[in-house]
Design a protein around this ligand. Structure first.
Ligand SMILES: [Zn+2]
Length: 263
Protein backbone atom coordinates (compact mmCIF):
# COMPACT_ATOMS: atom_id res chain seq x y z
CA UNK A 1 0.00 0.00 0.00
CA UNK A 2 1.38 3.31 -1.05
CA UNK A 3 -1.18 5.80 0.05
CA UNK A 4 -0.15 8.29 2.63
CA UNK A 5 -2.00 10.80 4.66
CA UNK A 6 -0.83 14.32 4.78
CA UNK A 7 -1.93 17.01 7.15
CA UNK A 8 -0.31 20.40 7.28
CA UNK A 9 -0.84 23.45 9.37
CA UNK A 10 0.48 26.97 9.12
CA UNK A 11 -0.63 30.05 11.04
CA UNK A 12 -4.41 29.58 11.38
CA UNK A 13 -5.00 27.09 8.59
CA UNK A 14 -4.78 23.34 8.25
CA UNK A 15 -5.23 20.92 5.36
CA UNK A 16 -5.79 17.18 5.15
CA UNK A 17 -5.63 14.84 2.14
CA UNK A 18 -5.20 11.07 1.69
CA UNK A 19 -2.97 10.60 -1.35
CA UNK A 20 -2.70 7.74 -3.83
CA UNK A 21 -5.62 5.89 -2.29
CA UNK A 22 -8.32 4.02 -4.20
CA UNK A 23 -7.44 5.65 -7.51
CA UNK A 24 -7.01 9.16 -6.13
CA UNK A 25 -4.08 11.42 -7.08
CA UNK A 26 -0.67 11.16 -5.43
CA UNK A 27 1.14 14.21 -4.09
CA UNK A 28 3.16 14.55 -7.28
CA UNK A 29 0.05 14.38 -9.48
CA UNK A 30 -0.99 17.64 -7.85
CA UNK A 31 2.45 19.20 -7.34
CA UNK A 32 4.79 17.99 -10.10
CA UNK A 33 7.53 20.50 -9.25
CA UNK A 34 8.42 22.28 -6.01
CA UNK A 35 7.93 26.06 -5.73
CA UNK A 36 11.04 28.29 -5.48
CA UNK A 37 12.41 27.87 -1.92
CA UNK A 38 12.31 31.62 -1.19
CA UNK A 39 8.54 31.69 -1.72
CA UNK A 40 7.90 28.96 0.84
CA UNK A 41 7.27 29.88 4.41
CA UNK A 42 7.40 27.44 7.30
CA UNK A 43 6.22 27.24 10.88
CA UNK A 44 9.43 28.68 12.31
CA UNK A 45 9.11 31.82 10.16
CA UNK A 46 5.34 31.91 9.65
CA UNK A 47 4.25 30.66 13.05
CA UNK A 48 1.44 28.25 13.85
CA UNK A 49 -1.16 28.18 16.61
CA UNK A 50 -0.45 24.87 18.38
CA UNK A 51 -4.11 23.82 18.58
CA UNK A 52 -4.42 23.79 14.78
CA UNK A 53 -2.00 20.89 14.08
CA UNK A 54 -3.59 19.16 17.11
CA UNK A 55 -7.01 19.25 15.43
CA UNK A 56 -5.60 18.15 12.06
CA UNK A 57 -3.63 15.35 13.75
CA UNK A 58 -6.83 13.92 15.29
CA UNK A 59 -8.61 14.01 11.94
CA UNK A 60 -5.58 12.34 10.38
CA UNK A 61 -5.70 9.55 12.97
CA UNK A 62 -9.40 9.09 12.24
CA UNK A 63 -8.70 8.59 8.52
CA UNK A 64 -5.99 6.02 9.35
CA UNK A 65 -8.45 4.03 11.45
CA UNK A 66 -11.15 4.23 8.78
CA UNK A 67 -8.73 2.91 6.15
CA UNK A 68 -7.39 0.17 8.47
CA UNK A 69 -10.96 -0.90 9.28
CA UNK A 70 -11.83 -1.13 5.59
CA UNK A 71 -14.38 1.69 5.76
CA UNK A 72 -12.26 3.78 3.39
CA UNK A 73 -11.33 7.42 3.56
CA UNK A 74 -13.39 10.54 2.97
CA UNK A 75 -10.37 12.45 1.71
CA UNK A 76 -9.17 10.66 -1.40
CA UNK A 77 -9.14 13.21 -4.24
CA UNK A 78 -10.58 15.61 -1.72
CA UNK A 79 -8.91 18.18 0.52
CA UNK A 80 -10.24 19.17 3.90
CA UNK A 81 -9.40 22.79 4.64
CA UNK A 82 -9.74 24.03 8.20
CA UNK A 83 -9.89 27.77 8.76
CA UNK A 84 -9.33 28.26 12.49
CA UNK A 85 -10.02 31.99 12.33
CA UNK A 86 -13.50 31.58 10.87
CA UNK A 87 -14.04 28.23 12.63
CA UNK A 88 -14.95 26.65 9.32
CA UNK A 89 -14.24 23.34 7.56
CA UNK A 90 -14.49 23.09 3.78
CA UNK A 91 -14.02 20.16 1.40
CA UNK A 92 -12.37 20.89 -1.92
CA UNK A 93 -12.51 18.39 -4.76
CA UNK A 94 -9.03 17.77 -6.20
CA UNK A 95 -7.88 16.99 -9.71
CA UNK A 96 -7.87 13.25 -10.53
CA UNK A 97 -4.75 11.14 -10.87
CA UNK A 98 -2.56 12.15 -13.83
CA UNK A 99 -1.89 9.36 -16.30
CA UNK A 100 1.52 10.86 -17.10
CA UNK A 101 2.48 11.37 -13.43
CA UNK A 102 6.21 10.65 -12.89
CA UNK A 103 5.41 8.61 -9.77
CA UNK A 104 2.02 6.90 -10.14
CA UNK A 105 1.33 7.32 -13.89
CA UNK A 106 1.33 4.66 -16.61
CA UNK A 107 5.08 4.95 -17.19
CA UNK A 108 6.65 6.16 -13.94
CA UNK A 109 10.18 7.62 -14.17
CA UNK A 110 10.63 8.01 -10.41
CA UNK A 111 10.70 4.63 -8.71
CA UNK A 112 12.88 5.32 -5.67
CA UNK A 113 13.12 8.06 -3.08
CA UNK A 114 14.95 11.16 -4.28
CA UNK A 115 17.17 13.63 -2.50
CA UNK A 116 14.30 15.94 -1.58
CA UNK A 117 16.48 18.59 0.01
CA UNK A 118 18.29 18.96 -3.32
CA UNK A 119 15.02 18.72 -5.29
CA UNK A 120 13.31 21.44 -3.23
CA UNK A 121 16.42 23.57 -2.61
CA UNK A 122 15.49 23.75 1.05
CA UNK A 123 16.24 21.89 4.24
CA UNK A 124 13.74 19.21 5.24
CA UNK A 125 13.63 20.34 8.84
CA UNK A 126 11.16 22.97 9.71
CA UNK A 127 12.79 24.61 12.68
CA UNK A 128 15.99 26.12 11.34
CA UNK A 129 15.67 26.57 7.62
CA UNK A 130 18.39 28.71 6.15
CA UNK A 131 18.14 30.18 2.70
CA UNK A 132 21.16 31.21 0.71
CA UNK A 133 19.96 33.80 -1.77
CA UNK A 134 22.90 36.20 -1.75
CA UNK A 135 26.58 35.89 -2.69
CA UNK A 136 28.82 35.93 0.39
CA UNK A 137 30.07 39.44 -0.51
CA UNK A 138 26.57 40.73 0.16
CA UNK A 139 26.45 39.29 3.68
CA UNK A 140 28.21 40.07 6.93
CA UNK A 141 28.37 38.14 10.18
CA UNK A 142 27.08 39.41 13.51
CA UNK A 143 30.69 39.69 14.66
CA UNK A 144 31.54 41.93 11.71
CA UNK A 145 28.47 44.03 12.40
CA UNK A 146 29.44 44.34 16.07
CA UNK A 147 32.85 45.63 14.92
CA UNK A 148 31.18 48.24 12.69
CA UNK A 149 29.17 49.44 15.68
CA UNK A 150 32.26 49.66 17.84
CA UNK A 151 34.06 51.70 15.19
CA UNK A 152 30.97 53.90 14.95
CA UNK A 153 30.99 53.42 11.19
CA UNK A 154 28.18 55.47 9.66
CA UNK A 155 25.46 53.21 8.27
CA UNK A 156 21.72 52.53 8.34
CA UNK A 157 20.39 49.35 9.96
CA UNK A 158 16.99 48.19 8.70
CA UNK A 159 14.95 45.66 10.67
CA UNK A 160 12.51 43.97 8.27
CA UNK A 161 10.55 41.85 10.75
CA UNK A 162 6.77 42.21 11.18
CA UNK A 163 5.58 44.76 13.75
CA UNK A 164 4.55 42.11 16.33
CA UNK A 165 8.09 40.76 16.47
CA UNK A 166 9.65 44.20 16.71
CA UNK A 167 7.47 44.77 19.77
CA UNK A 168 9.03 41.72 21.43
CA UNK A 169 12.57 43.01 21.03
CA UNK A 170 14.74 45.08 18.72
CA UNK A 171 18.05 46.86 18.44
CA UNK A 172 17.53 50.45 19.54
CA UNK A 173 19.21 52.09 16.55
CA UNK A 174 17.41 50.00 13.92
CA UNK A 175 15.00 51.55 11.47
CA UNK A 176 11.88 49.41 11.19
CA UNK A 177 10.67 48.70 7.64
CA UNK A 178 8.68 45.44 7.39
CA UNK A 179 9.55 43.17 4.44
CA UNK A 180 5.91 43.31 3.33
CA UNK A 181 6.19 47.07 2.74
CA UNK A 182 9.33 46.58 0.67
CA UNK A 183 7.67 43.81 -1.32
CA UNK A 184 4.72 46.02 -2.16
CA UNK A 185 7.14 48.90 -2.89
CA UNK A 186 5.23 51.14 -0.49
CA UNK A 187 5.95 54.69 -1.67
CA UNK A 188 5.81 56.38 1.71
CA UNK A 189 8.23 53.82 3.12
CA UNK A 190 10.68 54.10 0.26
CA UNK A 191 10.63 57.87 0.43
CA UNK A 192 11.46 57.94 4.15
CA UNK A 193 14.10 55.29 3.64
CA UNK A 194 15.62 57.17 0.71
CA UNK A 195 15.89 60.37 2.75
CA UNK A 196 17.68 58.64 5.61
CA UNK A 197 20.06 56.73 3.38
CA UNK A 198 20.88 59.79 1.29
CA UNK A 199 21.81 61.83 4.36
CA UNK A 200 25.08 59.98 3.95
CA UNK A 201 25.72 61.84 0.71
CA UNK A 202 25.64 65.22 2.41
CA UNK A 203 27.74 64.10 5.33
CA UNK A 204 30.35 62.26 3.30
CA UNK A 205 31.08 65.03 0.77
CA UNK A 206 28.43 63.86 -1.63
CA UNK A 207 30.38 60.77 -2.59
CA UNK A 208 28.17 57.99 -1.36
CA UNK A 209 24.99 57.20 0.50
CA UNK A 210 25.17 55.43 3.85
CA UNK A 211 25.76 51.71 3.51
CA UNK A 212 22.66 49.76 4.50
CA UNK A 213 22.58 46.62 6.62
CA UNK A 214 19.43 44.54 6.83
CA UNK A 215 18.48 42.33 9.76
CA UNK A 216 15.54 40.02 10.55
CA UNK A 217 14.95 37.15 12.97
CA UNK A 218 16.91 34.34 11.29
CA UNK A 219 18.58 35.85 8.24
CA UNK A 220 16.14 34.61 5.58
CA UNK A 221 13.79 37.58 5.11
CA UNK A 222 16.75 39.96 5.35
CA UNK A 223 18.22 38.40 2.19
CA UNK A 224 14.94 38.91 0.33
CA UNK A 225 14.94 42.54 1.49
CA UNK A 226 18.52 43.03 0.27
CA UNK A 227 17.54 41.72 -3.16
CA UNK A 228 14.61 44.15 -3.31
CA UNK A 229 16.73 47.11 -2.18
CA UNK A 230 19.54 46.25 -4.58
CA UNK A 231 17.05 46.14 -7.45
CA UNK A 232 15.58 49.48 -6.38
CA UNK A 233 18.85 51.11 -5.46
CA UNK A 234 19.96 52.43 -8.85
CA UNK A 235 16.55 53.87 -9.69
CA UNK A 236 15.59 55.28 -6.32
CA UNK A 237 18.73 55.93 -4.34
CA UNK A 238 21.61 55.98 -6.79
CA UNK A 239 24.25 53.31 -6.32
CA UNK A 240 23.98 51.75 -2.89
CA UNK A 241 25.77 49.21 -0.71
CA UNK A 242 23.20 46.85 0.85
CA UNK A 243 24.15 43.77 2.85
CA UNK A 244 22.33 41.33 5.07
CA UNK A 245 23.39 40.22 8.55
CA UNK A 246 23.76 36.43 8.59
CA UNK A 247 21.61 34.57 11.07
CA UNK A 248 19.74 37.74 12.09
CA UNK A 249 18.85 38.72 15.62
CA UNK A 250 18.90 35.15 16.89
CA UNK A 251 22.59 34.95 15.90
CA UNK A 252 23.07 38.32 17.60
CA UNK A 253 21.49 36.88 20.76
CA UNK A 254 23.61 33.72 20.80
CA UNK A 255 26.94 35.17 19.71
CA UNK A 256 27.02 38.83 20.73
CA UNK A 257 24.46 39.78 23.36
CA UNK A 258 23.19 36.95 25.58
CA UNK A 259 20.75 39.34 27.27
CA UNK A 260 18.93 39.87 23.95
CA UNK A 261 15.61 37.96 24.02
CA UNK A 262 15.31 34.77 21.95
CA UNK A 263 11.84 33.95 20.76
ZN1 LIG B 1 0.80 10.66 -9.20
Amino acid sequence: MHHFKSATALRLEGQLVVYNHEGGPCYRCLFPTPPPPETVTNCADGGVLGVVPGILGCLQALEVLKIAAGIGSSFSQCMLVFDALEGRFRNIKLRPKKRDCAVCGDHPTITALQDYEAFCGSSATDNCRTLSLLPSDDRISVEEYKKLLKEQAPHVLIDVRPQVEVEICSLAHALHVPLSKLEEKNEECLETLGKIICEGKQRANGTAAFPVYVICKLGNDSQKAVQILQALSVKEFGSLVVKDIRGGLMAWATKIDPTFPQY
